[in-house]
Design a protein around this ligand. Structure first.
Ligand code: GLN
Length: 216
């Protein structure tokens, strides 16, 4: 087995990218902050295709989506995701992965996004009273007590047949998905990078390891 560390990109246009960097490095990965499709300033890295995976952090999804377009990254990331590169979206990153995005009242929003995850996200879905909160979640395949910090978080309100729900919360009278997987795509409504709990990042690095084995 190769001892070379996994090399993971973190989208660094806006939002909580430094915290993801720290969490991934604490798991033993090398991290490259991505602002351009070809970041010639980093000698370890020549093009997104060389990465073993990519994290889309939390932040503000409309701002990040516009910056993705302005920096010619949107199409490049869609191509990576379609090719099978693992993508992990948290909070705003989850929103960017989704095929459909709605506002807190259910109105469809036409904001830029990757659209690879066959799911519909509702932005700021917890309302004002629950702007931010912490809880422990049973995340399928990861652990039954994953620390989860929600900050103006989205919920997943519908999913297609290929999407596996990994964790849910009670939202009003319904249970709603807050962590899902679809093949190489992993998405969480919460911020695993803001806790000391690295288990979701470790699980994502498992995806990256398998992808590196396949593309090698
Ligand atoms: N509310 C933000 C949005 O809709 C997401 C919040 C977050 O990433 N913490 O884009």
């Amino acid at each position: 087995m190769s001892a070379r560390p996994l090399c993971v990109g973190v989208l660094a246009l806006q939002g909580a990218f430094r915290e993801h960097r720290k969490a991934l490095e604490a798991c033993g990965a090398e991290v490259v902050e991505i602002r351009r499709p070809l970041d010639a300033s980093d000698s370890r890295f020549k093009g997104l295709g060389k990465l073993d995976g990519m994290v889309l952090p939390g932040g503000e999804s409309t701002t990040m989506g516009k910056l993705l377009q302005d920096w010619d990254l949107l199409a490049a990331l869609v191509n990576c995701g379609r090719a099978g590169m693992p993508l992990f979206g948290t909070c705003a990153g989850l929103i960017l992965l989704c095929r459909e995005i709605e506002g807190p009242d259910g109105e469809l929003l036409a904001q830029p996004r990757l659209g690879l995850l066959d799911a519909r996200a509702r932005r700021n879905a917890f309302g004002r009273q629950l702007d931010s909160f912490e809880t422990r979640l049973d995340v399928k395949g990861v652990a039954s007590d994953v620390e989860a910090v929600f900050i103006r978080a989205p919920l997943i309100v519908s999913t297609g047949p290929e999407v596996e729900v990994l964790a849910e919360v009670q939202a009003g009278t319904e249970k709603r998905a807050v962590a899902v997987r679809q093949g190489n795509l992993l998405a969480a409504s919460f911020h695993p990078e803001l806790t000391g709990d690295l288990r979701l990042h470790e699980s994502f690095l498992g995806y990256c390891r398998r992808w590196r084995g396949r593309k090698a």
